[in-house]
Design a protein around this ligand. Structure first.
Ligand code: CS2
Ligand code: MG
Length: 415
C-alpha cells in the first residue's frame, strides 16, 4: 500500500489550522494535525515544499521507518516546525493503519487501559465573583477538574483570563465567557504588560478563596505560563501548597532543565511542563532527576504518536504521568490522537480539554465524546475524525499572533 498523494490543508474556522491528508493507492486516507499557533504557514510550507514530495511512493505501513527518515533525514533535527511536520505525517499514517485494520486507533496502541480520560477545563475571571461563576459553569458542563486563571490587580489583561474581547463560541453554539482563543487576528502581536511581584502576592489569595468556596476535593490546576524565575517559581509553589493543587504548570522556562532543581528544592506542589517541548531530549534530565510530575507535550508538537508514546514510555520509568496539552490551537485531529494514546498508555494522568468552536466541529466532525467529565475515543476505525473540504474552503487563513509580554519597565518578558 503506497502513499499516492498528500495534501496540506490550511483553514480558519474561528482560528487557523494546518492539516495533512495522506491518501494511499488503495484510496485510504489519514489525517494529521500540524498547527503551530501563530506560525502556521511555516509548517504548511515545510510540509508542502519539503516533505510531501518525499512521501509519494513510500510504503504507508512503515510508520517508524518514515519517522526516522524524516527526523534523521532532515539533518536539521528537533524544533517546533520540524516536529509538527513529522507529527502530522506520523498521525496520518497511524490513522491509515488503523482504518486498514478496521479498528479504532487505541486498539493498535495496546487497547483500553481505562474507561475514559479525566480532563480539565479552563475557568477564569478577572475578579473572584466571575471566577467562581466560571468554575460553576465548568462543573455544570461535567468537568471534574478545573484550571484556575485569574486577573492580577493593576494589569489590564493577563494570560488565560477570558474577556468579551477574546471570547470563543464553543461547539454547542454558546459564546463562552470562559473559553478564550489567545491568538488575535492582526498583522502584529498585541502587547501585554506583566508584574511578577503583584502576581506572587495575589495568586495564593485566589486559591485560598477558591478552596473556601469549593472545598478541598475539587482538583485545581494553574498555569504560570513561563513567567517566573526559578526562585520566584519556588516561592509560588510553596505559597500554593496549602491549597493542594493537582499541578502548577510551566512555572519557569525550562530550556535549561537544571533550573527546576531550585524549584524542587523548595516545594512539593506537583509540576507540569512541556507544551513547548518537541522531543524526548527536552525531558531527559527532568525525568532522570525527578524534577517534574506531568508531561505536557501534545501529539501535534512532539513528533506524533510515535514521538509522544516514546516520551511517555520513558516517563513511566520515573512514575511521571501524562498531562497532554489540549487548548483550541491543537485541532480535533491532534486531540483525537491524544485521546487514543491516553486511553491506552499505563501512565495516564489527565487531559486538557478546551472546547473547539462550532465551525471547527463542522470542519473536522470529531467522533470523540465528552460525557460525565470523561473524554472517550471514537469507536470507528482510525482516529475517528474527518475533514470537510467545502467547509475548509469557506474559511480562508487569517494572520493571527499570540500576544507578547513586557515588564512594567518595558523589558521583553515571557508571555
Ligand atoms: C496554554 C495554552 O493551554 C495551555 O496550557 O499554555 O493556552 C497556550 O497558551 C496556547 O496553546 C499557545 O498557543
Ligand atoms: Mg500551558
Amino acid at each position: 500500500m503506497k502513499i499516492e498523494s498528500a495534501e496540506v490543508l490550511v483553514s480558519s474556522p474561528g482560528r487557523n489550522f494546518v492539516t495533512l491528508r495522506i491518501t494511499t493507492d488503495t484510496g485510504v486516507t489519514g489525517l494529521g494535525d500540524a498547527t503551530v499557533n501563530g506560525r502556521e504557514l511555516s509548517v504548511a510550507s515545510y510540509l508542502a515544499d519539503h516533505i510531501v514530495p518525499l512521501l509519494i511512493g513510500l510504503d504507508a505501513h512503515r510508520i517508524e521507518d518514515t519517522w526516522q527518515y524524516l527526523y534523521r533525514g532532515a539533518y536539521w533535527r528537533r524544533g517546533p516546525i520540524t516536529m509538527a511536520a513529522i507529527a502530522a505525517v506520523d498521525t496520518a499514517l497511524w490513522d491509515i493503519k488503523a482504518k486498514v485494520a478496521g479498528l479504532p486507533l487505541y486498539q493498535l496502541l495496546g487497547g483500553r487501559s481505562r474507561e475514559g480520560l479525566l480532563c480539565y477545563g479552563h475557568a477564569s475571571g478577572a475578579e473572584l465573583p466571575e471566577l467562581f461563576d466560571s468554575i460553576r459553569h465548568h462543573q455544570e458542563e461535567g468537568y471534574r477538574a478545573i484550571r484556575v486563571q485569574t486577573g492580577v490587580p493593576g494589569l489590564p489583561s493577563v494570560y488565560g483570563v477570558a474577556s468579551s474581547a477574546n471570547a470563543a463560541t464553543t461547539a454547542d453554539g454558546v459564546t463562552s465567557r470562559y473559553d478564550h482563543e489567545p491568538a488575535r487576528p492582526g498583522a502584529k502581536p498585541v502587547e501585554e504588560s506583566w508584574d511578577t511581584r503583584a502576581y506572587i502576592r495575589h495568586i495564593p489569595t485566589v486559591f485560598e478563596a477558591v478552596r473556601n468556596e469549593f472545598g478541598p476535593e475539587l482538583p485545581l490546576l494553574h498555569d504560570a505560563h513561563h513567567r517566573l524565575t526559578p526562585i520566584e517559581a519556588a516561592k509560588v509553589g510553596k505559597s500554593l501548597e496549602p491549597y493542594d493543587l493537582f499541578w502548577l504548570e510551566d512555572v519557569t522556562p525550562a530550556e535549561n532543565q537544571a533550573v527546576l532543581r531550585r524549584v524542587r528544592e523548595h516545594t512539593t506542589t506537583p509540576l507540569a511542563i512541556g507544551e513547548v517541548f518537541n522531543t524526548i531530549f527536552d525531558y531527559k534530565d527532568l525525568f532522570e532527576e525527578q524534577l517534574i510530575d506531568y508531561v505536557r507535550s501534545p501529539v501535534t508538537h512532539a513528533g506524533g504518536i510515535t514521538g509522544l508514546r516514546r516520551i511517555f514510555d520513558y516517563a513511566a520509568v520515573y512514575q511521571i504521568r501524562s498531562g497532554v496539552h489540549g487548548p483550541t490551537d491543537v485541532s480535533p485531529v491532534g486531540l483525537a490522537a491524544a485521546i487514543h494514546l491516553g486511553i491506552a498508555i499505563p501512565n495516564f494522568g489527565i487531559q486538557e480539554y478546551m472546547k473547539h468552536s462550532e465551525a471547527t466541529h463542522e470542519l473536522f466532525r470529531p467522533g470523540y465524546t465528552f460525557e460525565d467529565g470523561l473524554l472517550k475515543p471514537s469507536e470507528t476505525p482510525g482516529l475517528g475524525v474527518d475533514y470537510d473540504d467545502e467547509v475548509g474552503a469557506a474559511h480562508a487563513y487569517a494572520p493571527a499572533y499570540l500576544p507578547v509580554n513586557r515588564l512594567l519597565d518595558g523589558s521583553m518578558h515571557n508571555w
